[in-house]
Design a protein around this ligand. Structure first.
Ligand code: PA5
Length: 463
């Protein structure tokens, strides 16, 4: 990305293996096919810029002032007041995936075995896992970050009630405000009221900022700060792109170009499955974050009753070459592969020269694991292209906070832009509501009896 900027390390996009000249006319896309949707793309981009300028594009607007980063800096003192042994994040979906992506990309791969504070993200309510965590946590030396934009989510609120009681029992009611930080809407939701009533320190999630677009707010930055990530660099990476991206020529804008390709593959080439194939362990959870961002933002019913959305899939290189590649190369040609690669490894490991009797392994000796990883990534891209399977690569120059900040913003922007291109609202998620209501009904929440009845009606069909 932004190849014109030499002094600042930036993401690079390589679209060459999407082209019909490489993967064939039937499965590739040529410039004229992209051109067909140019006017729709121009309208969608216009809507993006207009929304930003009207302060209706929260994930971009938060980068245009320093209020978010200032608020996070403000909470630093509370976080650093003690040498915490553990930091526990309670949250789900957009309130957890960004923090996990940052932690996995930027901290030591075995952080919890080597460093403190250990970091635990509880984004599920499996009682076995949660119970096991409760058994091993020392509340005296644990900081809990409770994140819920709505401040009402049943999963997070149940975890909160459990943890609050455990802290109270272990170290007393007065300790709650010293061991919990709440991140939620500035005024709405029960979590905000409880934080106020109990004097629990808190950060805000800007009202217009949805969970899956919130990684660059306190939702991602506070947990990142707790585990020692350079949040200033992360923030600056995002701001750098936010400040410059609309100055690029239309088709030089990697967000627009990548979106157009993905849109055309979905619409015209019968390829609705888009695989984000991370070729670095540190990027696997970035792919996980992206999977939610795309799925929840783009999978929608349009007002005319038609369905839209690409199905995002995540894969890990090189591991999934021994699991998914057979399917991707010879199974149904219904996919586009987007490789996420890292150019410079933060550390590399040399493969020694084989000893006597090991000559079959000579080709490996003297190389590094990083070289082998790159060779396998490129070989996989070529092998897919050879079989007429379109693929592209997004290169991270290195896995560092500045680059990751850029990547978060770029993919948020791309998702919002694609939403406008599809003609849907990328910022809502009406499809998740009914099961929530039914759960309330089943759990006996007042006012949700009709949903419990709906579930019972379905239960009739069970054999
Ligand atoms: O992206 C979203 O809006 C969702 O995935 C939410 O983040 C998720 O449902 C959790 O919601 P909340 O942060 O309100 O607890």
């Amino acid at each position: 990305m932004m190849q014109n900027s030499k002094s600042i390390p930036s993401l690079e996009f390589d679209w060459s293996f999407l082209d019909s000249q490489v993967v064939g006319k039937e499965h590739g896309v040529d410039q004229s096919e992209l051109g067909k949707y140019l006017s729709e793309a121009e309208q969608a981009w216009h809507k993006i810029i207009e929304s930003r300028d009207k302060c209706q594009l929260a994930f971009w607007n938060i980068l245009q002032s320093d209020s978010v980063i200032k608020e996070v800096r403000g909470i630093k003192e509370i976080i650093l007041r003690k040498n915490w042994e553990s930091v526990l994040l309670l949250g789900i979906g957009g309130s957890a995936l960004g923090a996990t992506a940052i932690f996995k990309a930027l901290r030591h791969p075995f952080h919890n075995l080597v460093y403190t504070p250990r970091f635990f993200v509880m984004d599920n309510i499996d009682p076995v896992t949660f119970g096991a965590l409760l058994d091993m946590i020392n509340w005296e030396s644990t900081l809990v970050i409770v994140i819920s934009k709505s401040g009402t989510t049943a999963e997070t609120m149940s975890q909160f009630l459990i943890v609050k009681e455990r802290i109270k029992k272990a170290i007393g009611i007065n300790a709650i405000k010293d061991h919990i930080i709440v991140i939620t809407d500035p005024s709405k939701g029960i979590l905000r009221s409880i934080a106020g009533a109990m004097d629990i320190p808190s950060c805000t999630v800007p009202p217009l900022l949805g969970g899956r677009f919130s990684v660059l707010s306190s939702v991602g930055l506070v947990p990142a700060l707790c585990v020692g990530v350079d949040i200033e660099a992360l923030w600056q990476g995002a701001v750098m792109v936010a400040d410059t991206i609309d100055r690029l020529d239309f088709m030089d804008n990697p967000v627009i170009k990548t979106s157009l390709y993905q849109f055309v593959f979905d619409r015209e080439k019968k390829k609705p499955i888009h695989v984000y194939w991370a070729y670095a362990d540190g990027l696997y959870y970035f792919a996980d974050w992206l999977r939610q961002l795309i799925a929840e933002s783009l999978g929608k019913i349009k007002p005319d009753g038609s369905f839209v959305g690409i199905t995002p899939v995540k894969a890990l290189g090189v591991t999934d070459q021994h699991s998914q590649l057979q399917l991707y190369r010879e199974g149904p040609n219904d996919k586009v592969i987007i490789f996420l690669g890292v150019k410079h490894w933060n550390c590399d490991v040399k493969i020694p020269q084989p000893e006597e009797g090991e000559s079959a392994l000579e080709y490996l000796g003297g190389h590094t694991l990083g070289e082998l990883c790159h060779a396998e990534q490129y070989a996989t891209a070529c092998a897919l292209a050879e079989a007429g399977r379109p693929n592209m690569t997004v290169w991270f120059p290195a896995l560092d906070p500045f680059t990751l900040g850029q990547a978060f913003f770029i993919f948020e922007l791309q998702t919002a832009f694609m939403g406008f291109l599809y003609g849907i609202n990328p910022f809502d998620q009406p499809g998740v509501e009914l099961s929530k209501m039914m759960t309330y009904g089943l759990m006996g929440r007042k006012g949700f009896e009709e949903y419990a009845a709906m579930v019972r009606n379905f239960a009739r069909w069970k054999r």
